[in-house]
Design a protein. Structure first.
Length: 133
């Protein structure tokens, strides 16, 4: 919180991620309050997909990514540097990708891309291994 005062006015600012709330008091009768938000590109991941042990055929692998940004980023997934198409809307909005009924063809390197209208960032790679029985 930042607070500035003079004989003519008081000004208080609360800083949040890409938003500023302010209260300005000019005198005893005039007071203004507001919020100013500035859009920001995704800057960092708060959660990145993780590699793990080899998976058994038919099991499920969950990959998760989340990033800061305003507006909230949407997520795309890459498999071996190729876009994954036809993924559920939940994977786009939440960054959660579930690979169900794991098959040998699911063994690959996956990455998440978080983006909004100001930019995009790529997650670190997550290797998915499938054990042959």
């Amino acid at each position: 919180m930042i607070k500035k005062s003079s004989s003519m006015f008081s000004f208080i600012i609360w800083l949040h991620l890409c938003c500023v709330e302010f209260l300005c008091q000019l005198n005893l009768l005039i007071m203004m309050y507001g919020t100013l938000c500035v859009d920001a590109p995704p800057l960092r991941f708060t959660s990145q997909p993780q590699s793990g042990n080899a998976l058994v055929l038919g099991s499920t692998k969950v990959l998760l990514c989340a990033a800061d940004g305003l507006p909230q980023p949407v997520y795309r997934w890459m498999k071996d540097q190729q876009p994954l198409n036809n993924i559920p809307v939940a994977a786009v909005n939440t960054g959660l990708l579930k690979i169900r009924n794991i098959a040998l063809s699911d063994a690959a390197t996956y990455r998440c891309i978080a983006s909004n209208h100001l930019g995009a960032i790529r997650s670190r790679p997550a290797d998915v291994h499938v054990a042959c029985e």
